[in-house]
Design a binder for this molecule. Sequence first.
Ligand code: C2E
Ligand code: MG
Ligand code: MG
Ligand code: MG
Length: 285
Amino acid sequence: QAKVGGRNQARFYDCSMSRDLVRRREIEAELRAAIQRDELSIFFQPIVDLETGRIRTFEALVRWFHPEKGELRPDEFIPVAEETGVIVTLGNWITKQAARAAATWPEDVTLAVNLSPLQIRAPGAAIGILAAIREAGLAPERLELEVTESLFLDDSESTGAFIEELSAVGVRFALDDFGTGYSSLGYINKFPFSKIKVDRSFVSGPKVGRKSDAIIRAVAEMGARLDMAIVAEGLETIEQVRAVSAAGCTLGQGYYFSRAVPDYLAALLLAQERNPKGVNRAAVG
Ligand code: C2E
Ligand code: MG
Ligand code: MG
Ligand code: MG
C-alpha cells in the first residue's frame, strides 16, 4: 500500500521534472531560431532623474514572443541561453538592436544593456560590443553596461581586462541588483563603476523597513562620495519614490514611471518630454 503510494508519488515527481526538462530543451532548441524568426524584441524601460523627472537612460530588456508559448520572460530563457552558450550570439544581437534604437534618441539620453558573465568571458567580447555600437553609430559614452556581482565570483582577470578595455574608450559600467549577491566593497573599489543599482528588494516587499532604509541611505552616501549615481530599482508607488529620494538616491526606475516599452514608444516618451505640444499636434494632425 505504502509502496503503491510511494510509486505514484515518485511518478508524479518524475512527470513534473521531465515537463520542466522538456520545456528547457524546447527553449534551448528554439532560441537560436527565434532570432531569425523575428520572435525576439528589445524593450526599453526609462531610468529617471528623481529631481527633475526627466528620462536619463533607457535600459534594454529582451522579450521573446513565442508563437505557441506566448510571452517568455528573460528570467526563463536567459539562464538557458547561458547554459547552452547561445547567450553570446543572443547578447551580440541584443546590443546591436538596442544601439540602433539608442542612436536615434537625443544625445544626452544613454542606453543601458545587461551583460551575462558568460558573454563577458567569451573571446573577443569587448571588440564585439564596440563593433555593435560603432555599426549603429552610438558613441561609447552613451553606452552603459549593467553587470551583477556574480560576475566577480571567479575569473576576475578576464573580467578586469574587459572592464578596463571598454572603460578606456568611454563605456560606463553599472553594478546591477546591488545587495542581493556578495556586495563586496572590494569590487566597487577595484572597478570603475559610475552607477550602483540598489535591488528592488530594498524598495518593496517584506524586507522593507527601517533597516533597508538605513542601508539605502548608507549606499547613497557612499555613492555621493565616490561620484557614483545611485539608482533605486522597482519603484511602483509615489511613496517609494519619495522614500528613496529622501534617502539620497538620485535616479529611479520602476513601474511608477513606466514599464519597459517597445522602441517606438520609448522615442515617443522622449519626444513628449521634450516638446509636449509638438507631439500632440503631430498625433492629432
Ligand atoms: P534587471 O536587469 O535587474 O532588470 C530589471 C527587471 O525588473 C526587469 O525584468 C524589469 O521589467 C523589472 N522591473 C522594472 N521595474 C519594476 C517594478 O517596478 N516592479 C517589478 N516587480 N519589476 C520591475 P525583466 O525584463 O523580466 O528582466 C529580468 C532580468 O533578466 C533582468 O533583471 C536581467 O538580469 C535579465 N535580462 C533582461 N534582459 C536581458 C538582456 O538583454 N541580456 C541579459 N544578459 N540579461 C537580461
Ligand atoms: Mg539590469
Ligand atoms: Mg536590476
Ligand atoms: Mg535582476
